[in-house]
Design a protein around this ligand. Structure first.
Ligand code: AMP
Ligand code: MG
Length: 339
């Protein structure tokens, strides 16, 4: 090859390199991050979507917000006309037919109730309604919890695959989807975003979230975990891809009566607030699983809670015990979290 030929080849390579960097620079540079917040499900929901087209990103965010609202209306025991209310009003007398989505959720909820040995129990309603946390909370009257406890037990929820219907095997049974519904709603919202062709996004429902893809220009999304005793302070920061992150904390909903603090995560064995933890954060493939597992591990307490989380494939967790000590499911997870 002549010296001139080498020069020409060099020049060509240089042009190719510049073209390549311009191309990737362009596509990355044009993929901008769009964010919207709204109060849904009684919490501040923030949805972030990265896309080259702002219109596509905003349409995806709008659809995801609407989906969160739809699922909340469907599942909340406190909403007139919800399927949860319909089940609780009628399923002891006759089987109640439900839509496929609700049936799938109930099936998942029963499976998670069984897997956690009833620490998460989707039939906690007879007891949780007595504490009435959705209206500020109150201590039940003496004897009320003891009377209600025999009606709690996921085995009393009968699911009929063929007819997609739900029944209770005894009177007084009821479902409370509060410990899994938010995660489930976040998963449905993510589905809407993906269907719009957006591959990099976060649906954050008040700290319970799911992320897909990565932040443009980065290899991850950065996620903060709330400190259970210092509002506005982060306990840890994580760099994550394609996962759900859900926290159950005793600071989320509580009231104080005669100097005692009562919070909303109940031990189905006693019908009273579980006392072993301040918070539990769970990473899982779906937000519904992370949500139910966080509640379950909270009830189980630091030692059994870690064992339970470790038993589930693809699940990691951080438990803050009642004394404020941190317990991680694995050393690698602890190492990658910055504090
Ligand atoms: P989370 O904040 O996800 O831990 O869910 C707490 C909510 O789930 C409460 O407000 C109750 O409605 C319900 N709940 C409380 N304790 C339990 C439990 N042990 N199993 C299932 N649901 C529960
Ligand atoms: Mg939960």
């Amino acid at each position: 090859m002549t010296p001139g030929g080498i020069e020409a080849k060099r020049a060509l390579l240089l042009v190719a390199a510049i073209a390549l960097s311009l191309h990737s620079g362009c596509s990355r540079g044009m993929e901008s991050v769009h964010k919207e917040s709204k109060i849904v499900m009684g919490t501040v929901v923030e949805i972030t979507a990265a896309h080259r087209s702002e219109e596509t990103a905003r349409a995806a965010i709008r659809e995801a917000m609407a989906e969160l609202q739809r699922v909340d209306d469907l599942l909340s025991t406190y909403k007139e006309g919800s399927v949860a209310r319909r089940i609780n009003a009628g399923a002891a007398a006759a089987k109640i037919a439900v839509d496929e989505d609700t049936f799938r959720l109930l099936r998942d909820a029963v499976a998670l109730s069984a897997a956690s040995g009833g620490a998460f129990d989707v039939t906690i309603w007879p007891v949780s309604r007595l504490w009435d946390f959705d209206h500020g909370g109150k201590v039940p009257l003496p004897g009320e919890i003891e009377n209600a406890l025999p009606s709690v037990g996921y085995q009393k929820l009968v699911l009929d695959d063929g007819g997609m219907s739900v029944g209770f095997s005894a009177p007084g049974v009821g479902v409370d989807l509060g410990a899994i519904a938010k995660g489930w709603a976040v998963d449905r919202a993510i589905e809407k975003i993906v269907a719009r062709g957006v591959g990099n996004a976060i649906v954050d429902a008040g700290g319970d979230l799911r992320i897909i893809g990565r932040r443009p220009g980065k290899d991850f999304w950065r996620i903060g975990i709330q400190h259970p005793r210092e509002p506005g302070t982060l306990l840890a920061t994580l760099e994550l891809k394609d996962t759900a992150v859900v926290t159950s904390g005793d600071y989320e909903r509580y009231f104080t009566a005669e100097g005692v603090r009562y919070h909303h995560i109940l031990d189905p064995a006693t019908g009273r607030p579980a006392r072993g933890c301040q918070s539990v954060t769970v990473l899982a493939p779906t937000a519904a699983e992370a949500d139910a597992c966080a509640t379950a591990a909270f009830v189980l307490g630091p030692s059994k809670g870690l064992d339970f989380l470790r038993s589930r494939p693809g699940v990691r967790g951080l438990i803050v015990d009642a004394a404020g000590e941190l317990h991680w499911t694995d050393a690698e997870f602890a190492r990658t979290a910055s504090r």
